[in-house]
Design a protein. Structure first.
Length: 472
């Protein structure tokens, strides 16, 4: 696929080099009243900021994080949302600082570059801004350098938008996509061959490093899928682009049906999951994936003003190396602690290297911990690597997405709907604070149940990438 041209120079030719790496993820869907309507400046740089724009700043500790990219450079990675506001978007983990001509590091990653995804242009059209106000998206309005995935667009129109934008860390936004994912049917619990494959792209905020996700069930999610490959594709209606605040397990979550997995956040628990799998006796080998794997599941039901369901899907998000696990209902501990601690004969946690000889169970045979220190719990405190170091091993970079069944109940259409941020009250015309949704016309067969498939979403973020867990 031909990649879009980089934006115009911001600070001379060197800026063009840096911005050539700028992705164009999809600009999010339409919302109620555009800022200034079709009036005001159409220059992207002069559009107003969204609540999520400009919230990232580089670390101030230049000794621990040398060559950090400046905030001004980070803020050049933006797209114009369908409301005419500027939103932060995908960018590489490092780039050339045009002011110095040297490589600099943002310290975080956003997953897959969406530009090469088969769904990329569909998303750009879907989320483009009607800048001239003529009621349609012209080619020039979507095929430009400022269309892409707008991080924080759904948050902008949540009922508690300001607080949610402040608490949803920019570093938590991720993109995962894969083309031609084979699907199989599920018959009486058994998987059977099906000549069908789908293009997928998920954009979501998944905080796996702070306490925010421990106490918050609603998180932004864009679910884009097009099952258009194979002989079965013609008889199936499964193309949708839906953006919502997905409910990952509140007491108001959509109840599961037809074998769906209920909305929930399964954060690793110290006593029941983490310690038993991580701390083992001398002859055993630790299983840190089993200890730390974190699962988020949601059931999304997009409904119209009458409460009738237009579309439904049940994805899962998996983090295999989260930076934190849960100690109790309100407190967290850093995953890297496992490499420097153990349990004594009485079952008490030992973190003091002076007491390491009392440890009976500890992490053994783990490559992740061995990279940090050969001496494990005996490592002096001054020599231990911090959870937020660039060479720490647990940054949430090993991820997966789980695709399950989805269904459409949209009859003869239309294909464009406008809903609340929660996915309710969908109607055929936009309203203040509405989110644009795309749903294929047609009705999915109730007899066809797709078997779940897990798709890898892992990214490389070793020390050389500069990626590190936020300190706060």
């Amino acid at each position: 696929m031909r990649l879009p041209r980089p934006p115009l120079a911001l600070r001379g030719f060197a800026a063009l080099i840096a911005l050539a790496l700028l992705t164009g993820g999809s600009v999010v869907s339409c919302a109620g009243d555009p800022v200034g309507g079709s009036g005001g400046s159409t220059d992207p740089g002069n559009r107003p900021d969204s609540l999520s724009m400009g919230r990232w700043s580089p670390p101030t500790d230049t000794s621990r994080y040398p060559n950090a990219c400046p905030k001004a450079l980070h803020d050049t990675y933006f797209v114009i949302g369908p409301d005419g506001r500027k939103y932060p978007t995908w960018h590489p983990a490092s780039t050339i600082d045009p002011d110095t001509g040297r490589l600099c590091y943002f310290g975080h990653e956003h997953g897959d570059d969406p530009r090469a995804a088969a769904l990329f242009d569909d998303l750009r059209r879907h989320f483009a801004w009607d800048a001239n106000g003529n009621g349609r998206i012209d080619d020039s309005e979507w095929s430009n350098d400022r269309t892409g995935v707008p991080f924080g667009y759904v948050v902008e129109y949540a009922t508690d938008a300001t607080a949610r934008a402040a608490n949803t860390r920019h570093e938590s936004y991720k993109i995962a996509w894969s083309d031609a994912v084979p699907r199989r049917r599920l018959v009486n619990g058994n998987e059977q061959a099906l000549d069908l494959s789908c293009d997928i792209l998920l954009a979501y905020a998944q905080d796996s490093f702070s306490t925010y996700a421990v106490n918050q069930a609603l998180h932004p999610l864009t679910y884009a899928i097009n099952c258009n490959r194979g002989t079965e594709a013609a008889s199936l209606t499964s193309k949708m682009i839906v953006s919502v605040l997905a409910d990952f397990g509140s007491n108001l979550a959509t109840p599961p049906s037809n074998g769906e997995v209920a909305g929930q956040r399964q954060l690793p628990q110290a006593a029941t999951q983490v310690y038993p799998s991580a701390f083992v006796a001398t002859a055993a080998t630790s299983d840190l994936l089993a200890a730390l794997e974190e699962r988020w599941d949601t059931v999304v039901s997009l409904t119209n003003t009458s409460g009738a369901e237009l579309a439904r899907f049940n994805p899962g998000l998996v983090v295999r190396t989260p930076a934190r696990f849960q100690l109790n209902a309100s407190a967290i501990e850093r995953s890297i602690l496992l490499c420097y601690s153990g349990v004594d004969g009485n079952g008490f946690l030992v973190t003091d290297p002076a007491q390491a000889s009392s440890i009976r169970r500890q992490v053994r045979g783990s490559t992740d911990c061995a990279r940090l220190s050969a001496t494990g719990p005996s490592t002096a405190l001054s020599q231990r690597i911090g959870f937020d170091a660039r060479d720490a091993q647990f940054k949430g970079c090993s991820r997966q997405v789980v695709l399950r069944s989805q269904s459409i109940r949209n009859g003869t259409g239309p294909t464009t709907w406008y809903s609340t941020a929660g996915g309710t009250g969908a109607r055929t015309t936009s309203f203040a604070g509405s989110i644009r949704q795309y749903i294929d016309s047609g009705v999915s067969s109730s007899a066809l149940v797709l078997a779940p498939v897990t798709d890898d979403a892992t990214v490389v973020c070793d020390a050389s990438s500069g990626v590190h867990v936020p300190s706060q």
